[in-house]
Design a protein around this ligand. Structure first.
Ligand code: SF4
Length: 288
């Protein structure tokens, strides 16, 4: 894993991560904004608030640079994921433009299946992306009830789980051979119960999808803890028995604070932490 810092023309800094994966794949994780406005409670970048959108050129440049830097080293870049700093669909014009350049044969000529844009759930923009882009889509789900998602991902107060999932169910009917990737960061005592696993099976029913269970990387100031490996395996097994295609990713970036959704240095403009619902205060060791 290699972390690259880019100084932008206006002095702001963004981070790009190169992740060597198995079977000869090397993925570059690009940022789409400096900071992020979504304020997901478990995310390090979210603590920064939003500084600005990146231009399409600034997004593409991250992949170009990583490819040039590494071509003789860990093999050329095979995949691009928009999972660095920022909510890509908050900057949708530039993200669609950048994704087009990444897959264009006059551009970087990646296969559209190998370019994945990840969203926290901006539903109208997600719909537009599915209509306008051939690239792959990932949705960061992380909860199975509106109550939990409203808290840990405040965008859910605007676009509820049922609306998000119903939109995907409808839109994917018109896509051929296309699966959305649901990301699910596992937080001890918050979203990792057996009931959560059972609810998740019901929620994604009828949506062509894969589910990626991700171990949480604790960072300084974080109130959350990662689920144990046993808990993750149990959760995975329930989903698999329920007919889901499920993968598991144990944390690999916690040693250097360079895991997706955890980039950036919170400065003075920290976004507010939201009130913890009563029933989760014990899980966070806050007392009742
Ligand atoms: S998880 Fe993604 S959308 Fe949420 S605050 Fe972090 S960077 Fe933004």
């Amino acid at each position: 894993r290699l972390q690259i810092l880019f100084a932008l023309d206006d002095g702001l800094v963004i981070e790009t991560v190169v992740i060597p994966c198995d079977r000869g794949r090397t993925t570059v994780c690009v940022s789409s904004q400096v900071g992020c406005a979504m304020n997901c409670q478990f995310c390090y970048t979210g603590r920064m608030g939003l500084r600005r959108h990146l231009t399409a050129a600034e997004i593409v440049e991250q992949a170009v640079y990583a490819r040039r830097l590494l071509s003789g080293d860990v093999g050329s870049i095979t995949n691009v994921v928009f999972m660095g700093m920022g909510e890509p669909f908050h900057n949708i014009e530039n993200v669609i433009k950048a994704a087009d350049i990444l897959v264009d044969e006059q551009g970087l000529h990646f296969s559209p299946r190998k370019v994945t844009v990840s969203t926290s759930g901006l539903v109208p923009q997600l719909k537009r992306f599915l209509h306008e882009s051939k690239c792959a889509l990932a949705v960061s789900l992380n909860a199975t009830t509106d109550e939990v998602r409203n808290w840990i991902m405040p965008i859910n107060r605007k676009y509820k789980l049922s609306f998000l999932l119903e939109t995907l169910r409808e839109e994917l009917k018109f896509k051929n051979n296309y699966k959305v990737l649901f990301e699910y960061v596992m937080l001890a005592g918050i979203n990792d119960s057996i009931e959560d696993a059972e609810r998740l099976i019901d929620l994604v029913k009828g949506i062509p999808c894969k589910i990626n269970l991700i171990s949480f990387n604790p960072h300084c100031g974080s109130q959350f803890r990662p689920s144990s490996d046993e808990k993750m395996i149990e959760f995975r097994n329930i989903l698999a028995e329920g007919g889901c295609i499920v993968f598991m990713r144990f944390s690999r970036g916690d040693d250097q604070m360079a895991a997706c959704g955890q980039l950036g240095k919170p400065g003075s403009s920290q976004a507010p932490l939201l009130r913890v619902p009563e029933q989760f205060r014990v899980a966070l060791n806050l007392g009742v």
